[in-house]
Write a protein that binds this ligand. Structure first.
Ligand SMILES: [Zn+2]
Length: 89
C-alpha cells in the first residue's frame, strides 16, 4: 500500500490495526506492506517540487510562496497484491 501523510489515514494506526482488522477474514495472516508517502508541493517561483512537513501549510518551504499544487501525499491506494496459491494434492 501507499499511504500519503495527508491522506487522512494515520500510518502507525493502520499498521497497528491490521492484525485485528484482518482477523477472521480472508486476509487473516497476510502481511501488510505499507509505504508512507511524504507530501510534496510544486512551487512556481522555485520551479521545483519540495517536500513539506505533514502539518505545514501549503507554502513552499524554501521561498514561502503559497501553492496549492500538492503533488503527492494524498495517496491511500493498493499498489500490489501477492496471492499464494494453495498446494494441490
Ligand atoms: Zn519556492
Amino acid at each position: 500500500m501507499r499511504v500519503g501523510d495527508r491522506s487522512g489515514v494515520v500510518y502507525d494506526s493502520l499498521i497497528a490495526a491490521w492484525p485485528v482488522a484482518s482477523a477472521s477474514t480472508q486476509c487473516e495472516g497476510a502481511e501488510l506492506d505499507a509505504e508512507l508517502i511524504v507530501s510534496t508541493v510544486y512551487c512556481p517561483t522555485c520551479e521545483a517540487e519540495h517536500e513539506i512537513d505533514e502539518f505545514y501549510a501549503l507554502t513552499c518551504p524554501v521561498c514561502g510562496t503559497p501553492t496549492a499544487d500538492l503533488r503527492q501525499g494524498r495517496e491511500f491506494e493498493i499498489s500490489s497484491i501477492e496471492v499464494e496459491a494453495e498446494g494441490r494434492n
